[in-house]
Design a protein around this ligand. Structure first.
Ligand SMILES: [Zn+2]
Ligand SMILES: [Zn+2]
Length: 272
């Protein structure tokens, strides 16, 4: 399975795009500003979108993408999300004020978009070319939110995405039972802004360090950092490097290996 990083920044700037990942060619995970780099053909090939939550940096390009591919697709784009996320999108975006109601265009019987609600813990089979098994993971954020564990339905390891979250024991409780090929986890703020991180329910390097101690010693996989604010990315990176060199990430006294922490890059392709 292939995961193409369309956006992995916490905000926009030249070269920085907000959260979006293309899994194989037919499943989109979040629809931040990175979607705008896809060609029309690439956008048209997406059959399913899964959303972690309703925040703008994760949904900004969903309305524009729908407008771009409307009429080019044989069937509706299926958008899967928590019921609260769907309600927020209907009320605040697809309300015929901010953007047309694509659940009724061109007709309510055959619209360009279908919303499909899911629940935490639910497993979905998505994608039409290479069917993917998508498990909805818990997240701790200021609005109802989730993460995902995704693998090819035919088998293989999981690509795990935390979504936007603060400390989250339930996430690790589930992830530690999975065969993980790669983890993408947010670290939105530097430790200088740790209070802001705690208030907005995001991680900072110090809380990331405490989160990674949940990984048992026998589990070792690459850990990619995402959602860093462009203005703070270097500071966040150096703080994580310092914590790692001070062995703040050491999992236990049993000689567990250092975690394999990497920086996620736009346009990077992860093969899981
Ligand atoms: Zn958020
Ligand atoms: Zn976000």
């Amino acid at each position: 399975m292939q995961v193409r990083v369309l956006g992995c920044s916490g905000a926009i700037a030249r070269g920085c795009r907000t959260t979006s990942f293309l899994v194989d060619s037919d499943l989109l995970v979040d629809a931040g500003t990175g979607v705008g780099d896809l060609t029309l053909d690439e956008m048209s090939a997406i059959d399913d979108v899964v959303l972690t939550h309703s925040h703008m940096d994760h949904v900004a390009n969903l309305p524009l993408m729908l407008d771009a591919v409307a009429g080019r697709r044989a069937g509706p784009l299926r958008v899967h999300a928590l019921p609260e996320t769907i309600a927020a999108l209907r009320q605040h975006i697809f309300n015929d004020v901010i953007w047309p109601d694509f659940e009724r265009i061109p007709t309510a019987a055959a619209p360009f978009m279908h919303f499909r609600p899911f629940a935490i813990g639910q497993c979905l089979e998505l994608g039409s070319q290479n069917v993917k098994h998508v498990e909805v993971l818990p997240a701790v954020h200021t609005v109802p939110a989730c993460g995902f564990a995704i693998r090819r339905a035919a088998g293989g390891r999981h690509w795990v995405f935390s979504g936007d979250t603060e400390r989250n024991a339930a996430f690790w409780h589930r992830v530690n039972t999975l065969d993980v090929g790669a983890l993408v986890i947010e670290t939105a703020f530097s430790d200088r802004e740790r209070l802001l991180a705690e208030r907005s329910l995001h991680l900072s390097p110090a809380t990331l360090a405490s989160e990674l101690t949940h990984i048992p010693p026998h589990q070792h996989y690459p850990i990619y950092i995402t959602h860093t604010k462009p203005a703070e990315t270097e500071e966040i990176m150096s703080q994580i490097d310092m914590l790692a060199s001070n062995h703040e990430f050491a999992f236990d006294a049993g000689g567990a290996p250092e975690p394999d922490i990497r920086w996620l890059q736009t346009d990077e392709i992860l093969r899981v």
